[in-house]
Design a binder for this molecule. Structure first.
Ligand SMILES: NC(=O)c1ccc[n+]([C@@H]2O[C@H](COP(=O)([O-])OP(=O)(O)OC[C@H]3O[C@@H](n4cnc5c(N)ncnc54)[C@H](O)[C@@H]3O)[C@@H](O)[C@H]2O)c1
Length: 253
């Protein structure tokens, strides 16, 4: 491919939050962006933001944990936008509970969206990257990968994303494909808002309390994560692979 040809990026879970900010940021970097989320209509805001700024984007409804939906979504993206060579596995859910109260279904849901979803999306996309001799995969991990009370499912999935990333880096490097992981700390999104509700706190108070524990004394914004993803997906990051970058306003123990 010529260096002037527009690269096509897929961002999953991009109807809102970190995924939406990442889609907008990658479009600003000149990528055509496939905006995947569960409900195609919910992707339209993100797509409109991109097209209003002069970019190219496509809304795609797809449950990333469903094999058939992933296959047809990636085929549709390749046909309508172009062969995807950048993939951001961002779709995520929480099903928090203490171990003794956690249902098997809450365990499975979290594993399926994060790990099975990233696996299916990566497998479906890699052939386009191999053909192009270029690829960038970024997987969203979390500071919870280090362990977090009430999140035995999520912590396991997010630690799993790191092993998944390092293995992709080893398998796919010879095809010009890098794989890296971004592990956010506290980011102000619907996800953390839902956590505030679950623990019975107002979102503003919840963020203020979190900020006191963060060295830079503020919570993160979706754009903080989008900036890190933009670096890993850039042409200049071709010698950076298999890494986990904690983006958390400070070091984590
Ligand atoms: N917000 C944080 O503090 C934080 C911290 C660490 C990691 N993360 C991770 O960052 C990613 C984005 O989080 P966010 O805070 O923007 O969350 P969010 O809840 O605001 O957005 C997640 C998006 O993923 C979509 N999604 C869920 N299941 C899906 C599926 N099966 N198929 C397709 N789309 C699906 C949702 O519909 C939603 O639009 C997640 O992987 C999350 O685990 C977030």
């Amino acid at each position: 491919m010529s260096t002037t040809e527009q690269r096509v990026a897929i961002v999953t879970g991009a109807a809102r939050g970190i995924g939406a900010a990442t889609a907008v940021r990658l479009a600003a970097e000149g990528r055509a962006v496939a905006v995947i989320d569960l409900d195609e209509d919910a992707c339209k805001d993100t797509v409109e933001k991109i097209t209003a700024a002069g970019g190219r984007a496509l809304a795609v409804g797809c449950d990333v944990s469903d094999e058939a939906q992933v296959t047809s979504a990636v085929e549709r993206i390749a046909a309508e936008l172009g062969a995807p060579t950048i993939l951001v596995n961002n779709a995520g859910v929480l099903r928090d509970n203490l171990l003794f109260k956690m249902s098997a279904s809450d365990w499975d849901t979290v594993m399926n969206v994060h790990l099975r979803g990233a696996f299916l999306m990566s497998r479906a996309s890699q052939k386009h990257m191999v053909d192009a001799g270029f690829g960038r995969i970024v997987n969203l991990s979390s500071s919870s990968a280090l362990g977090n009370r009430g999140q035995v499912n999520y912590a396991a999935a997010k630690a799993g994303m790191q092993g998944f990333t390092k293995t992709l880096a080893k398998e796919l490097g010879k095809f010009g494909i890098t794989a890296n992981s971004v592990a956010p700390g506290f980011i102000a999104t619907e996800m953390t808002k839902a956590t505030a509700e679950r623990v019975g706190m107002g979102f503003e108070d919840f963020q203020a309390a979190a900020a006191t524990q963060i060295p830079v004394q503020r919570v993160g914004q979706p754009e903080d994560i989008a900036n890190a993803v933009a670096f890993f997906t850039g042409d200049a990051a071709g010698f950076v692979s298999g890494q986990v970058l904690y983006v958390a306003g400070g070091p984590l123990n």
